[in-house]
Design a protein around this ligand. Structure first.
Ligand code: FES
Length: 120
């Protein structure tokens, strides 16, 4: 396992992301509510640049069989990463697809002093 200092904590505010190349791979580091998360820039659908996608929320729908009505609610604001190629959505907090069993490749991140360190 190799370790790489990618930035200082003060350079990556909450909601920010940083795309870096480590050992020939594009890796994005996200600051999600003060927690640093790193994923390979690779979408499980067709290898699109998932980490360059929009970070937003998603619609949750429920169907009431008795009333025959659909209700929709916007949820998980700033926790859903959408692929810019075809729109697959992933939970940024764990890298899991919202609609399949796909998982973004993740990497351990830690801070050492004010350094953000990614392990590959
Ligand atoms: S490559 Fe990401 S949704 Fe198709």
């Amino acid at each position: 396992m190799s370790e790489h200092t990618v930035a200082k904590t003060g350079e990556l505010d909450e909601g920010d992301r940083l795309l870096v190349e480590l050992e020939g791979r594009e890796i994005a580091v996200f600051n999600v509510d003060g927690e640093y998360l790193a994923y390979t820039n690779w979408c499980a659908h067709q290898a699109g640049p998932i980490c360059e996608g929009t970070l937003s929320g998603t619609w949750d729908a429920e169907y009431d069989k008795e009333d025959l009505e659909v209700s929709m609610e916007w949820c998980n604001e700033d926790e859903v990463l959408s692929c810019p190629w075809h729109g697959w959505e992933y939970d940024i907090t764990d890298g899991k697809s919202l609609t399949s069993k796909a998982q973004l490749p993740s990497h351990p991140v830690r801070t050492e002093g004010d350094d953000i360190v990614v392990s590959l």
